[in-house]
Design a protein around this ligand. Sequence first.
Ligand SMILES: *[C@@H]1O[C@H](CO)[C@@H](O)[C@H](O)[C@H]1NC(C)=O
Length: 180
Amino acid sequence: MAGFSRTEACSVLLFICLFLSFSEARDHLVGGKSDAWRIPSSESDTLNHWAQKSRFLIGDSLVWEYDASKDSVLQVTKRDYVTCNTSSPIETYTGGSTKLKLEHSGPYYFISGAEGHCKKGQKLIVVVMSEKHRHVLGVSPAPSPAEVEGPAVAPAPTSAAGRLSGGLFMVVLGMVLVVM
Ligand SMILES: *[C@@H]1O[C@H](CO)[C@@H](O)[C@H](O)[C@H]1NC(C)=O
């Protein structure tokens, strides 16, 4: 096989950098906007709706922006999430700007620390994908918060297109190794 020209080799390297940058850890602003940590205005505006559209990977971070004088973020057990029990959170976050790094796969449960807000729907489940999903093509769809929340919420279609960059990166790397 003829070797790649310098230009072609550069293009390949550029692609590798591009794909690498796509698989970097990301910050997820909860709700997608800065005032989103509040009681949802409607059934279709819930934070879990937002969460179902995102893909959370180990190393990513959740970011909350809220009015520190009126609200807080409680990380709780599944039981306390379901019953909106704010009395013994795993972690309490205050201060108006909270950043939490997702260190393990599986579900994380959050409720508002403001009186009565959780009961009115200010709650969030984030399901973190395990590390292996980063590099495998055609993996099973992301587990939906619906699975842990019960049948009240219809499971959202998950994007299979998700993050294929890891897999594409491996393909490109393979090509480069073959050529060199
Ligand atoms: C809330 O949780 C605490 C600690 O686990 C428990 O003692 C209390 O009974 C719970 N309250 C309700 C209303 O379930």
